[in-house]
Design a protein around this ligand. Structure first.
Ligand code: UD1
Ligand code: CA
Length: 453
């Protein structure tokens, strides 16, 4: 039988050092609130439920944390009396009875299921408390893990540590797993007789041992345990996140020429043999199929690029852009809520909004789908193998039939049937010799002005 597990996520901090009007766990990493990354990590560690301990911005935090398929309940910690006190805010959830209780922080967004699973395994192997530690060159400020004969004997907070204890470089990440059957009893024994006068969750180590329980520690990579307190740390976390995800993508078969210049969103999907050139930015909701090419300086969000399609350089795909197989969106083009059929081409300086373009159609340079009349948005439908001449305006709602031909510079306001030619512009006139006349008149004016001066 699989062990049941409740994850208690602490997110009741004041976020003072973020200097922000909102809780730090709402700040995004890779386009998604930090707290959602944490929920995702605990979910992949096989938890049954999540208890979210919130303070400021309680409602927004709960909303940001809700992820499909994860059962979450929020608990308000009214006063911040320490990490031990914070966990007990979720007393009601813990009392429901789980095999494992996993305590984690909402401001540690790089955590992954690996260390969380290792901590749970420690419980399965008979420990009452398993602490997740990390090794660091800069231990100042962290609780130190004091180990003897393979068992963790205490966690000493910086302020309560002796000089000798401060030289220890194995530190407490704050994350830990607790035997779910004993958790409430252990937690209720925590007091606040320490340098900060807080209820330290870390006291569980000595409490569990004093009751004859076994306490161990597992190790996690320092990067994964990076907490976010300031905007500077937020930027460091973003950088680590990006590096990790790019690396995973390259190992899965995506080519990136200058990966350090490519920015991914939390949900970016890129297929094998896709090529991503330098300086490409992905917002949420981008799906790039295998073999697609994204040229330099493109921005892609909420869009799908099919196999063999090419985008950019300098293209912008906005939500609802859907590029068919082998289609092309070239430089200085923007596509929003627009579908391009197989092999369709939108190569230069064009806006496609609220439009459907059939397979094989060619949209000339400077074409604009005029989708907005200042009040309503309307659709442009272009059939297959149509040709839209350069610098045309297609005033929606309007339909262009299969194989139709729009003369360049047209303003099209009426539907065009299949295989028809449409011209929507003033007829050209030729005035023989008129240029010479104009020039002579202009020169005469100039001479008159000079004579007067
Ligand atoms: C804590 C650990 C320390 C560890 C460090 C890692 C204790 C006593 N100390 O110290 O050993 O090295 O984390 O970063 O546990 N929180 C609440 N409510 C509270 C208090 C805290 O929700 O009443 C949340 C905070 O928002 C934060 C987390 O718990 O996400 C840690 O709290 P913080 O005050 O930063 O703990 P530290 O003193 O840094
Ligand atoms: Ca902290």
């Amino acid at each position: 039988m699989e062990r049941t597990c409740l994850a208690v996520i602490l997110a009741a901090g004041d976020s003072t050092r973020m200097k922000s009007s909102k809780s730090k766990v709402l700040h995004p990493v890779a386009g998604r609130p930090m707290i959602a990354h944490v929920v995702e990590a605990v979910a992949s560690a096989g938890i049954s439920s999540v208890a979210l301990v919130v303070g400021r911005d309680a409602e927004d935090v709960a909303k940001a944390a809700s992820i499909a398929g994860v059962d979450i309940e929020s608990f308000l910690q009214k006063e911040r009396l320490g990490t031990g006190h914070a966990v007990l805010a979720a007393r009601e959830a813990i009392a429901k009875g789980y095999d494992d209780i996993l305590v984690t922080y909402g401001d540690v967004p790089l955590q992954t299921d690996g260390p969380l699973k290792a901590a749970r395994q420690g419980l399965a192997d008979g420990s009452d408390v398993v602490v997740i530690g990390f090794h660091t060159d800069r231990p100042t400020g962290y609780g130190r893990l004091l180990v003897k004969d393979g068992e963790l004997i205490a966690i000493r907070e910086e302020k309560d540590a002796t000089d000798a204890e401060r030289t220890v470089t194995w530190c407490n990440s704050g994350l830990m797993a607790i035997n779910g059957r004993k958790a409430l009893d252990l937690l209720s024994r925590i007091g606040n007789a320490n340098a900060k006068g807080e209820f330290y969750l870390t006291d569980l180590v000595e409490i569990a041992r004093s009751l004859g329980g076994r306490v161990t520690a597992v190790d996690a990579p320092e990067i994964e345990m990076t907490g976010c307190n300031t905007r500077a740390e937020l930027a460091v976390i973003e950088r680590f996140w990006q590096e990790r995800r790019r690396h995973q993508m390259m190992l899965s078969g995506v080519t990136m020429i200058a990966p350090e210049t490519v920015f991914l969103a939390y949900d970016t999907v890129i297929g094998q043999d896709a090529l991503i050139e330098p300086n490409v930015v992905f917002g949420p909701g981008a799906v790039i199929d295998s073999g697609a090419v994204i040229h330099a300086f493109s921005h892609i969000e909420g869009a799908h690029v099919s196999q063999g399609a090419t985008v950019g350089p300098f293209a912008r795909l906005r939500p609802g852009a859907d590029l068919g197989t082998g289609s092309k969106v070239g430089n200085f083009c923007e596509v929003k809520n627009g579908r391009l059929g197989e092999g369709a081409k939108v190569n230069h300086l064009t806006y496609i909004g609220d439009a459907v373009i059939g397979a094989g159609s060619n949209i000339g340079a400077g074409t604009i789908t005029c989708n907005y009349d200042g009040v309503n948005k309307s659709e442009t439908v272009i059939g297959e193998n149509a040709f839209i001449g350069s610098n045309s305006s297609l005033v929606a709602p309007v339909t262009i039939g299969d194989g139709a031909y729009i003369a360049s510079g047209s303003v099209i306001t009426v539907n065009v049937p299949a295989d028809a030619l449409a011209l929507g512009r003033a007829r050209q006139e030729i005035k023989t010799g008129r240029a010479t006349l104009l020039r002579e008149r202009a020169l005469a004016i100039k001479a008159a002005k000079k004579a007067k001066a």
